[in-house]
Design a protein around this ligand. Structure first.
Ligand code: HEM
Length: 422
């Protein structure tokens, strides 16, 4: 079965017309190819940002310290609320400050200080002990749907698995997952859109207040009763990190560590089932799993884009970019750049080398990358151990029309289960 691309963006008018069409969010690759060819550094009026699509351009922005994740003193959210009236913006101080504090908002040296507190929690060595725990979570989830002839892989498996794992790693009680996920979704909603409604910003602010109270209480408890989790490491480092920075960083862990990993697992299953010989090849030879996971990350990158702001006037691809103007680095497009990847639109489970940028690069490169890789390895192993065979139940993927993360609303598959050992 071929990969479904539904729109002919090559003849659909100007690039700006295409970018203004929300269908590009579910079908981005043809327009990425156009951007590569026609406008590697492009002012996208619809997105009120520069857009950079080539591998070299994206890698430069991510690695060069003259680019920041924050828009100067306005932090990461200032740009998104420029359309609001001054009076409305004045009421959004707490949520604006939230997006100024924490690992992802900070430049070095603050960034180095914050990342240093928890970087040891995410090394492959310190995570390996979690493999058995993660396998247990994966097996439990599969046991709940065992025997069903049709399963939605997202709802049953790819969505809950990373959610439980990230809460465990942080040290947030599993009983509170639904409440915490609700807060995290409200808080991130202001960045999901170029122009969030004032109501969306107010809701984010209320959820932030609840989350802040909740995390402060947990930090207090961890100071008295330390455990082996990220929250304890923040709690014990309270002389070198503020509560606002802890809350800001925890929010990034919760949002950055959940749906991205759902996407890695779900997109990987989709791509395999769209190409049954490759699915069989992986099922028959698990040694392919590590390189297959890297290829899933490249070909359907969960984080399609990140935003950066120039700290000083810079020239990129012959274009002058003024300070504090947003630039969208299209990771999803860089990972399909034919000058770096041979036959970039083909899924090649043995691709070597595979220098994709799915986890970004430079100082803000993903701290959770080893955890995401471990989760994907365990998830695919558990799934392949449990099923005899799988096939797509619906031919057309159900991509969510959102900017930041490329993942499917649902992925129904028909399953033939292996007989369980008694
Ligand atoms: C397949 C899964 C994942 C992908 C594709 C991914 C991708 C990324 C990307 C592209 C960035 C850079 C963001 C930016 O510069 O704006 C990032 C940063 C980050 N990610 Fe991930 N991520 C994944 C999983 C995780 C997990 C499992 C965690 C933690 C449990 C995590 C935590 C973070 C944090 C805290 C940052 C900020 C790092 C910093 O500012 O230095 N991510 N991730």
């Amino acid at each position: 079965m071929s990969v479904v691309e539904t729109h002919d963006w090559t003849t659909a008018g100007s690039i700006d017309d295409v970018l203004a069409d929300d269908r590009v969010l579910t079908d981005p690759y043809p327009v990425y190819r156009r951007l590569h060819r026609e406008a590697p550094v492009h002012w996208a009026a619809a997105w009120r940002s520069w857009v950079v699509s080539t591998y070299d351009g994206v890698a430069t922005i991510l690695r060069d310290p003259r680019w920041s994740t924050s828009q100067g003193s306005r932090g990461r959210m200032g740009w998104n609320v420029q359309h609001l009236e001054a009076g409305q913006r004045a009421k959004l101080d707490p949520i604006m400050s939230h997006y100024r504090a924490g690992m992802l908002s900070a430049d070095p040296p603050d960034h180095t200080r914050i990342k240093g507190i928890v970087k040891h929690d995410f090394t492959p060595q310190s995570l390996e002990r979690r493999a058995t725990e993660i396998r247990g979570i994966a097996d439990d989830l599969l046991a709940r749907v065992y025997g069903s002839s049709e399963v939605d892989i997202i709802a049953a498996f790819a969505y809950p698995l990373p959610s439980v794992v990230v809460h465990d790693v942080l040290g947030l009680p599993r009983d509170d997952i639904d409440t915490i996920t609700g807060w995290a979704e409200d808080i991130i909603a202001v960045l999901d859109s170029n122009r969030p409604d004032f109501d969306v910003c107010l809701r984010a602010q209320e959820s932030l207040a609840d989350a802040r109270r909740y995390i402060r209480e947990l930090l207090e408890r961890r100071r008295r009763f330390p455990q082996d989790d990220v929250l304890t490491h923040f709690a014990l480092a309270h002389d070198s990190i503020s509560d606002a920075e802890v809350v800001g960083t925890c929010a990034t862990f919760l949002t950055g560590g959940h749906e991205t990993t759902t996407a890695l697992i779900g997109n990987g299953v989709l791509r395999l089932l769209q190409d049954p010989p490759l699915y069989r090849a992986l099922a028959d030879d698990r040694a392919l799993l590590p390189s297959a996971i890297e290829e899933f990350l490249r070909i359907e990158s969960p984080a399609q884009r990140v935003t950066r702001f120039a700290r000083v006037s810079l020239t990129l691809g012959g274009v002058n970019i003024e300070p504090e103007t947003p630039v969208i680095a299209l990771i999803g497009a860089a990972n399909r750049d034919s000058t770096v990847f041979d036959r970039p639109d083909d899924l090649n489970l043995q691709r070597q080398p595979n220098r994709h940028l799915a986890f970004a690069a430079g100082v803000h490169s993903c701290i959770g990358a080893p955890l995401a890789r471990l989760e994907a390895r365990v998830a695919f192993t558990a799934l392949l151990d449990a099923v005899e065979s799988m096939e797509l139940a619906e031919p057309k993927p159900d991509w969510l029309p959102i900017h930041a993360v490329r993942f499917q609303r649902r992925l129904p598959v028909r399953v033939k289960w292996r007989r369980r050992s008694p």
